[in-house]
Design a protein around this ligand. Sequence first.
Ligand SMILES: Cc1cc2nc3c(=O)[nH]c(=O)nc-3n(C[C@H](O)[C@H](O)[C@H](O)COP(=O)(O)O)c2cc1C
Length: 460
Amino acid sequence: MNAHQSIRPFLEWLDRTGDLLRVPDTVDPFHEVSACLSLADRGPALLFEAVAGSPLRIAGNLLAGRERIAAALGIAPAEISERILRSIREPIWPVSATHRAVQAVVERDAPLAALPVPTFFEREERPYITAGVILARDPETGRGNASFARVGLLDGRTALVGIAPNHHLALFARRAAARGRPLDIAVVLGAHPAIQLAACLYLGVGDDELECAGSLLGAPVELIDALTVDLRVPAGAEIVLEGRIDANVSVPEGFISEYHGMYENYGPGVFATFSAMTRREDAILQVIEPGYHREHIYLGALPIAAGLLHGIAKVVPNVRDVAVTEAGAGRTDVVVQLDAPRPGQARRAIHAAFAAVSLVKRVTVVDVDIDPWDPVMVDWARMNRMKLERDLMLFPHSGTDRSEPMEEGGLVTKAGLDATAKPSDRAEGIERALPPAAALASARERLRACMPRVPAWLSA
Ligand SMILES: Cc1cc2nc3c(=O)[nH]c(=O)nc-3n(C[C@H](O)[C@H](O)[C@H](O)COP(=O)(O)O)c2cc1C
């Protein structure tokens, strides 16, 4: 009932298409759930039907790739960037819900103890909520914000939240602390994938991601009042944790996994106290395998790619697509596709990409005949269309984020690679050696006639 703004419709779709593996045996949230998700990284979504010490089920590895995220939005992978851009240009305001599914069960005494939160990696010191979209409001303006941040459990009521200092949630917490107050938060688990994707958008301070989520959903997000904090929360989610964070109180965190797949030691996290856990009757706890894993990578990558497309198009209008690669964990390595670039435009696109997102460390520019999401073809262009002494540019001492593995004092050397074809580079020209177009067309028909269904490699 009222499940259309939770992860349930997508889980059902995965089940129907054979992309959901149900695990009936009892699994332990301590390392075992994480080990299963880690192994299934390129495999199906997992639904753990029996979890040690808890009546709740756990689901993970859901939005692990472009195809899955596109399917969750009901569109094709090639449409994602345009759709995300439209959600920023044409946001849809949330509305009041007519149901309170996420508040069917309420736990106030030990809100965190009621959840089977996994411990993921060997050197991490505690269980982490990794799929929590944290809602908060700017203490200065009242405007909302939604973003992912890890919540590390300390006991049944308290936790630490690990937030990069430049993220808006950290800014709001500091603004509240400056007024001598903690900041109300709601950690939302298992909301519709559109809400999760929107939470990864890089918008201006005061631009509320829930309005973009409505646009991505094609319908307003349905909200209800939280029970113990001054926030409105998605009525259709699986679980909501209500609490407060205090930027004046910090807790040592120790080693944590980062998107590049290694550990980081950022120092202290922000202290949080939780006053209530509300959930659906038969709630499913969504978890995202953190670190260098596909769900973590692609949820971040697609909003970054759309943002870069938007930023680059302002100065290089013939940009066609932007990919943020899996090798760069969906954050640091970017491929820009230009249509018939004029001399100098590739370099301009490289500068624009660096200017738009500080995390970006390498930008490769390719022509329209190269699919930027295909790493082998992008590498082919690098190998065959570049004169390194001319087309490889290094930018030493460039500003970056604390998460960059090679940063020193906030700086790293960045690289731009112009892998577009320059016709004058080869006396023989740059034409690809292929059978004639007419021969290819008739061969396609001949092979299609031999097959029951047209496979992807045979589609035009
Ligand atoms: C699965 C997932 C987990 C994330 N975890 C964290 C985290 O623990 N801390 C953090 O600062 N950012 C984390 N992020 C990134 C932020 O959610 C993201 O950059 C967001 O756009 C920041 O929001 P803001 O622009 O409103 O500040 C995570 C992203 C994803 C997809």
